[in-house]
Design a protein. Structure first.
Length: 425
């Protein structure tokens, strides 16, 4: 590996920013993003995702001869790099199909600055084969260079857990891979230099891509199982959490909890794996059945709340409901693929007047993404209160002050004292 490594991290979101900061402690790093405002904020030591350690960010912005971080939104600034790490989003479209536009746009951009002997490493979650079958042709087309002769590729799937301040980037083992055995070793050494937990060098890029896809598909299927149990136990009239606690007394029982499954990984990655399988003529059964169960949980919660309200003699049309939380997980500002919107949409169809409160979410982002105006403060009482996200802040809310005698309180996370709620998953 060249001694004068200059790394460009493409995409400065939940994955790219922590990676750029960590590499900048040892190497020269260019943090690139097309969002000019994001670049300006980070240059002024402000991180809207709350993922960065601001003290560390401040330190790496002080460049030395061998290390340091600069931010840019100008493509020409990337020409100085010789290692490019792509961390752009890989979402799904409205038809649940992989949306590779951000990935292919990033590849097209890099093709215009790629030089001989450069290495492009992808971290974005994709289906097996995507790097070499979809991205590499774009790099070749726009660079005029030949893959594995003039330039090389690697794949190292991201394992960032947004909002987790314990299992951070360097403490999670990293899977690495390269387009040749020599490049695989170079990529592995690069990540080994910052990952305290160590690395696992996969035998090929496709294996590394597949490993990421199945990590989240496995978790999705496990959660779908307990979600289906919640649907069954609701009809039986027993509490799912009580059943799981009892079953959990056996040493090999996995205590997954029911709930909404959203976010940028678990609710998305199974569709990438299914897409690849279907392109090869196999129609996955277990993976997609798990997705169907999880995708319908918001509808189940909303319908359960309506039934509880009717049971208390409430008039449904025009009733006021409060949803607590809109991010996809607790104590985190990330709203990507939040399934809380499913509860909101279903209740709206019943004619309820709905407010949403979330002190962690960015109101402008929520309005842009979901068309919902967040409450800045809770000032009135509600006929239904749904705890959708288990932010610690919500334990400090005096629910008695915002409910009436007939109010329904539903807890999707088994987070609140069960003595004060009317129902839970």
């Amino acid at each position: 590996m060249k001694n004068n490594k200059i790394i460009a991290v493409i995409g400065l979101g939940y994955v790219g920013l922590p990676l750029a900061i960590e590499f900048a402690k040892k190497y020269k790093v260019i943090g690139f993003d097309i969002d000019v405002l994001r670049v300006d904020e980070l240059s002024n030591v402000f991180d809207r995702t709350n993922e960065a350690n601001l003290e560390e960010l401040k330190n790496v912005l002080l460049e030395s001869e061998t290390s340091g971080l600069v931010f840019s939104s100008k493509i020409e600034d990337l020409s100085n790099a010789n290692i490019y790490i792509v961390t752009v989003p890989t979402p799904i479209d409205q038809f649940k199909a992989p949306d590779l536009k951000p990935l292919l746009k990033a590849s097209e951009m890099l093709g215009k600055v790629l030089k001989k002997e450069d290495i492009v490493i992808y971290e974005s979650t994709v289906y097996p084969g995507c790097t070499e079958e979809d991205c590499v042709p774009v790099l070749e087309k726009h660079s005029g260079l030949k893959y594995n002769s003039d330039f090389f590729c690697g794949y190292s799937p991201e394992r960032i857990n947004p909002g987790d301040k314990i299992n951070t980037l360097t403490k999670i083992k990293k899977v690495t891979s390269g387009s040749t055995p020599e490049i695989a070793e170079i990529v592995d050494q690069l990540y080994s230099s910052i990952i305290v937990a160590g690395t696992h060098k996969a035998p090929s890029i496709k294996v590394a891509e597949a490993s990421k896809a199945i990590e989240n598909a496995q978790r999705d299927v496990n959660i779908s199982f307990v979600n289906e149990l919640a649907l069954i136990f609701d009809r039986i009239g027993i509490d799912t959490t009580d059943v799981i606690e009892a079953a959990g007394t056996k040493w090999n029982f996995l205590k997954y909890k029911p709930g909404l499954v959203g976010g940028h990984c678990i609710g998305v990655d199974p569709y990438y794996l299914a897409h690849k399988a279907e392109s090869l003529g196999y129609h996955p059964q277990v993976i997609l059945s798990g997705r169907r169960v999880n995708d319908n949980m918001g509808m189940f919660v909303a319908n359960k709340v309506i039934k509880l309200m009717i049971g208390k003699g409430q008039k449904i049309k025009g009733a006021k409901a409060l949803i607590l939380g809109v991010t996809f997980k607790e104590d985190c500002p990330d709203i990507r693929n939040s399934r809380v919107i499913d509860i909101h949409s279903e209740l709206k169809q019943f004619g309820l007047d709905i407010d949403v409160f979330d002190p962690h979410a960015n109101p402008k982002e929520v309005l842009h993404e979901y068309g919902i105006n967040l409450l800045l403060d809770i000032k009135e009482s509600y006929d239904a209160i749904i705890l959708a996200v288990s932010h610690k802040d919500f334990l400090n809310i005096n629910l008695d002050s915002i409910k009436n005698d007939q109010s329904v309180i539903f807890d999707t996370k088994s987070f609140l004292d069960r003595n004060i709620i009317d129902g839970r998953l």
